[in-house]
Structure formats: C-alpha cells, structure tokens
Design a protein around this ligand. Sequence first.
Ligand code: FAD
Length: 383
Amino acid sequence: LKENTLRDWVIVGSGLIGTALALYIKSEITDNLTIIDPHGEPLAQWTNWAMNCGMQYMRSPASHSLSTDFHDLWRYVRSLGEDPMAVFLPPNKRPSLRHFLQHSKELIRRISLDEHYVQAKVQDIDSVSGYWALATDQGAEFKSRKVLLTLGGRQSPRIPGFCSQLPWNAVHPLIGPRLPDELGARVLVVGGGISGVQKCLALAVSGRRVFLLTEGATRVSLYDHRVGFNGPKRRGELMEVEDVALLKLIQSNKLTGTVTPDLLEELNREVIRGRVSLLSLTEEPSSGEIETGPEGISLLLGARKVQVDAVLIAAGFEERVPQNPLIQKLMVKGFPAEMGYPRLNQNLSWQPNLYLAGAMAELRIGPRGRQSHRPSFSPPKDL
Ligand SMILES: Cc1cc2nc3c(=O)[nH]c(=O)nc-3n(C[C@H](O)[C@H](O)[C@H](O)COP(=O)(O)OP(=O)(O)OC[C@H]3O[C@@H](n4cnc5c(N)ncnc54)[C@H](O)[C@@H]3O)c2cc1C
C-alpha cells in the first residue's frame, strides 16, 4: 500500500494482541490494513522478553493461540507429527514457547501478514474529516478510517535500591533490552515471580551457579489472575463499581508474583541438586556490604555472602497504571481519561473509529486485558 492510500484499518502495536487482531482483520474484514510497530517484525518485542526470561512453556493454555480457532495450535502440532497430549504441559495443556512461536509465524506466513508491516513508532494521531491521520517518527503520515491501539502496558521495572551501587553493565532487567550473551558463571536473580524463577532455572540448566533472591515464600498459581473474573458472570462486577473501587477490584484479581506448580517443583529439584540457592531479602545490603572488583560482585545478603558476575532483575514494576507516551499525548490533547486510563465505552472505543485493546482497556475488560493475549475486542466489520 502506498503511504497516502486511505486504509480501512491501521493497527498500532504488534505484540500478541495487535498481531492476533491483525490476523483476524485481514482474514475476516479487509486486506486494506497496515500494522505499525518500531520493533522490526510482528511479535519482535514480546519474543525478546520471553527469551530474556528463559521461558520454556507459555502460562496460557494451547487453546489460546493467535488464531480465533481454539483448536488451531493443537492441529498445528499434529501436523508436525507430534502428539499434543504428550507435548502440552498438564494440567491445563500449556504449549512450549517454541510451538507457540512457530505456530504464530505460520499464521502470519499463511496470510502474508508481514506485507502489511511498517517499522515505525506512531507519535501523534489526529482526526481529519472522516478519517484518522497517524504521524510516525520516520516522518510518514498514514490515513485510516479505523484505528486500533494495542500498545501494551509499558511499565518501568522496579529496581531495588542496592543495585545503584553495582556496576551499571552488570545489572539487567529481564523485561527490557536483550540480555548480553555472556553473563558470567555466577548470577543473582532478584524476584521470585514467574520471570525470575524461569530465568533462574534456564541459567541453572546451562551450568551456571544461580542465587535467587526473593522477598518471601514462592506463591503458586496456574494463572496470573483469578480464574473466572473475566467470565460472563463476574464481568458484571466491573460494570457495578467505579473509580478507585474499580481499580482495586482489578488489582485484587491479579496474581502477580506467582509461579506455576511445575516451575516450583523444578526449582526445588535444582535447589536439591545444588545449582540454585534461595536467599530471602529481609533487608537490602548497605554500601559497606557490597564490593566490586576483578573477582566479580560480592554482596552480603542476610547472613550469607555471595559472589556473582551479573544481577538480573525481575522484581515487578513501579506503576500500577499502564503508561504509554502516545496515550499520554492524546490525553493532553483532550481525549477523555479516568484514573490515568483512557476512558473507553463498552465497545472499547475511545473516539469514533479509534479503539484500544489490551492493558489500556483494563478498566473495561478486567485484568485479562493486561495479562492474556486473547483479545476481548471484536473489530466492527463495517467499513
Ligand atoms: C515474559 C512474559 C511472559 C508472558 N507470558 C504470557 C503467556 O504465557 N500467556 C499470556 O496470555 N500472556 C503472557 N504474557 C502477557 C502478554 O504478553 C500480554 O498480555 C501481551 O503481551 C499483551 O499484548 P499487547 O499486544 O497488548 O502488548 P505488547 O506485547 O506489550 O505489545 C505492544 C507493542 O506495541 C508497540 N508500541 C507501543 N507504542 C507504540 C507506538 N507509539 N507506535 C507503534 N508501536 C508501539 C510496542 O513496540 C510493542 O511491540 C506474558 C508477558 C511477559 C512479559
């Protein structure tokens, strides 16, 4: 499509939700669409995070693929000559990251979705008579009748205070830029949620000596939000409360910092094998308890002195409300907001023909908006 062609749909953001919805729009509605994301190809940023975290299995079941067909990933695995019942992880049949990504790539290939991809960041959106004009950081302008924003919920990783005393090139957040290939033989992972534990296990399996620093006992849950909260029965609760009560309801239904039962079992095995040591952070080490030198970093954590080469951070996030510069810019221009979120109607429309899905729609669709890639948005079919 030429840059000045009027599109039917522009999808901004190509994470799990943006890509799933782009696949749906191209197959069911129109092929006059463009996807804009700065990361080079569909799912690039998400794949990087998953790799950084040493993810082996998805947390969500195999029925949650990027296809709208619940059985598509099952069929795909069968087409590879593998038995889904044997390869998906019980009890809720979770696919491996490898199968999930291969299948996603296959869906993208099947309908040539990458032909619609433009690598850029959208910096501004304006309503012009009858369409939306999107300006990118590459100096281009795209026009579209309908726009969908799936920008994720960017949050700053929480970095414990003592890390400011460590060499900058030895401390890496897991949800961030790609980790360096060489981390050294001894690694401290801070944070006992699913990202930290997965990374800790991947490092142990690769032969490294790993220390896992947590703030308390590991909490177990299959999912990262209460099951049923997003179902049709309980979804009504979202409609009944407002403002701070609504935000609290959503927060209280998230189970952040939990790990799946299989990961806890594997962690315990690695502790017994002696490849992982568990440490509890009761008090942050003071500056006198941290030394750096040619031998690496030495820290006194509780009663134990550890020596490591790198520190990986998976200690949660600072903000509770998702942040995105584009959304903030539009709010400053007067697009309606509530409690830091865009104020959407029940169809997830922010303005006529401008829609949001994912973390930014959390006030309307609950914690699943942020934590699952099954989009709760049905793109309208009229053009
Ligand atoms: C390590 C990890 C593991 C996870 N595991 C699972 C799992 O197993 N199952 C599950 O259901 N969920 C999982 N999740 C949660 C899941 O990733 C999120 O629900 C999902 O990523 C949200 O998708 P999204 O497309 O809304 O946002 P994101 O995946 O965050 O993608 C947003 C995209 O928007 C782009 N963007 C932002 N601003 C702009 C702009 N101005 N212009 C253009 N593009 C822009 C970004 O570059 C990015 O590519 C996991 C999350 C993480 C971090």
